[in-house]
Design a protein. Structure first.
Length: 144
């Protein structure tokens, strides 16, 4: 009887140890975010630049804002002309003015009065898109 009890306990502990040693952060266990156009370039080249210069004001972690630059989708969404803070407006901004789940496509954001800050006109070459990009122009001015 004792032998069975010890055998059962040892199997139980061995199984618990084997399950507990699995690394939850192993590559096979990761949930990958959806793949967006140029997302790898955004993460390696653009996001560090925005993090160093822009996110102090345009991170908008706990406040409304006109332009949020924390992710690739927010960058593509663009900015909004309505002032986040205004002396003349009594009351709050429209609740859905800046939440990412309130529109499913860029076309929907454009109907909500969001304007692009990066140009991605189809058929335009890279230089023309850079010159038409508001964000690029701001970064160029900051470099000079």
């Amino acid at each position: 009887m004792r032998f069975r009890c010890l055998l059962g306990l040892s199997l139980l502990f061995t199984g618990a140890w084997a399950l507990g040693s699995a690394d939850p952060y192993a590559v096979g266990n990761r949930v990958h975010p959806p793949v967006f156009d140029k997302s790898e370039r955004f993460l390696t080249e653009i996001q560090p630049l925005l993090g160093g210069r822009c996110l102090a004001c345009h991170g908008c972690t706990d406040s409304p804002c006109q332009l949020k630059l924390g992710s690739y989708d927010e960058l593509k969404r663009g900015g909004h002309m309505e002032l986040a803070y205004s002396r003349t407006r009594v009351g709050r901004m429209e609740a859905g003015a800046t939440r990412m789940q309130d529109a499913g496509s860029l076309a929907e954001w454009r109907t909500k009065s969001f304007f692009p800050v990066v140009s991605d006109k189809p058929g335009a070459d890279k230089a023309a898109n850079l010159q038409a990009s508001i964000l690029y122009q701001f970064l160029q001015q900051g470099r000079e």
